[in-house]
Write a protein of this length. Sequence first.
Length: 194
Amino acid sequence: MTTKLASIPALFLACMAAGCGSPDKGYDERFAMLEDADASNADKCALVTDAAEWALDNRDREAFRKWTRLKEQTCAASSAPEKPVVEKGVIEGAYSYPSDYIPEDIEACVSNVDTNETICDSEREGNNFSIELPPGRYQLWSQTADMQGYRSYYSKAVPCGLGVECSDHTPIVIELESGERYRNADPADWYAGG
């Protein structure tokens, strides 16, 4: 690509010397060369800016309108900062309930501990759930109308086994990374508090 771009001014001058047409046509050919060379929008922006200035200086209204339109499209695209693609992560787990059934309306909820944004998802496959989220730090719980006001957290007692010796019911902060699949985040601690 560098060799193609480096040779464009020389090709343009050679074209002009050989009489391949008006300067406007020469700009058209240079722009086509940049397109063929897969040049950056910044390179194209510089060319269409020059072409628009040439058309203005030479009072060529039609060429000026054409190059100004191209300038608006090309230069806007080159100055727009590219947004980084942030791959979401997934938190997966299984529901539990202190009874012999799991309520139909049970849902998994997460709260971003930095922004306090809360998202609840009631879609499930059997007793399992998965929530797709942007990277961040989250607390997870499940809730149901059967136990209004209660939240079953994914707490430190869950990986401990939820036995009587597991007395720490502090909700775990899940640090979800881009593209990560955080598994076995089971919101099973119905004793973590309301």
